[in-house]
Design a protein around this ligand. Sequence first.
Ligand SMILES: [Zn+2]
Length: 547
Amino acid sequence: MPHSESTPEQQDPPARTELTPTMEDTTLNLGNGGLTDEDLLMAGVDEVESPPVVPPAAVEQQPPPSSAPEEEDAPVEIKQETKSDIKLEDLFDGMDSDSDDEFSGKNNHTNKDLVTGQVPPSSPGPAAPSGGGSNPDLLRAFYQLLFPWRHYFQWLNHSPTPTPDFKHREFSLWLSGGVVFRFQSYATLDLLRKDVFKHLPERIEIGPIYTANPRDRKTFRNSSAFKPVAKELCFDIDLTDYDDVRTCCDKANICGKCWRFITMAIKVLGVALKEDFGYEHVMWVYSGRRGAHAWVCDRKARGLDDHKRKAIGNYFSVVKGGEKTGKRVNVRRPLHPHLARSLGILKEHFLTDVLEGQDPWREEDRAEKLLMLLPDVKLRVALKEKWEANPGRSSVVKWGDIDSVAKTMGSVNTKDLLEAKQDIVLEYTYPRLDILVTEQKTHLLKSPFVVHPGTGRVCVPIDTDDLDGFDPLGVPTIGGLVNEIDAAGGVVKKEGDDEDRRGAEWERTSIKPYTDQFRGFVHGLLREEREFVRVKREREEEGGLDF
Ligand SMILES: [Zn+2]
């Protein structure tokens, strides 16, 4: 439920001003994003470190890691003069999600766009990578006026005043031009904000909470005193992993039709996380282009070690291998209750979103794949003959042909056929996860509410109560939002916290429902945290009496 503790009405006659002059007034010595070596040194991090060694896959079904483990703690200097020589994907290949194409966004919008309000609003269609996701002026306006700082802090801190949960949390800031600051940490929200205003990162990633301040990690070299202790349990789904089953788009392109794969994945994972694992505080966030991330924020999830995270990853590892693996789903019978429940959810989606929406087997060569997944050689031959004699049959019709042809043959084992068809439904619909994101506490994940540099879309929370109503192509873009502020009369000059003062800019833009939802989510999480603290204190007091 959206939380609405503030109202959009104004208390005082607002002193309005156009956005652009105000931004000039509040320019924070950004120098158009130019960083000196001194800046890099002052930031405390002039290097990046490689991801931890991936444990060997415990089971054959484990997808291969997307990058080879590198020597731990091997520093890679990123200095200004070298930044153009280093490709981000080389440094972080496989370490982050959704990273390719992120930095392909161009500064399509100039200051002039901002002044004249000509930045196009949310532009539907996959071939419209606009929205100003890399424009420093737009980023400055976004971070200053629209980013939900206070609730963001509370979400990560779990308390009103700074705790180690916030102070020892790793942030990484991705700047335009290929500079990445890893292992950043902040004692207060103000320090984080100040750093973000200074660098205007195109992307912020969130890592784990460490035993000590991540900036001091070198003090603890060769010691177990510095290690990750907590992190939300995360899931990452990306539509590029569905390229072998979607026909409408491929690669970074998406549309409403293939977004249905994300919708069904969220449904299946959502129910399982709640009913199978007992998690209550699960936030889904649009990745800005072609996928979604889940942040399971329950205290018991944050404390999971990597061994347990791996077990959870395996639990959801149903579609195995890659495109060329052949039959990718081979689940045991009787079906695990989780799979039986998932099939119940997915069957309908299979008929409407896959068979009708994608029509994956209409072409003869694609229909070969369906035949390959069927158990009986004679059945396969009979179907192939039928389809060759009647070209152009749709996937819905071909799916029906399987049972009707099997029936006329009489010799097909109906149990084997049923199970094969269940496996096919799962292969085409069951969530496909980037498993490393789930399994490794140290894995960085793109923060909610940052802006995708390529599309300009904000990484907003997804309302799971209205999952079918979420339109990824209708998500506000940074350019559109700034236009909305201008159209509503510009910035209202008032003292106080940008986020919480009445009549704040975010409330007058289309980001409001997403921010409201985030605030509601954070309030729910904090309620549980307070309850945990209360019960713990009571137990300690009771324990005290016993002695
Ligand atoms: Zn599509």
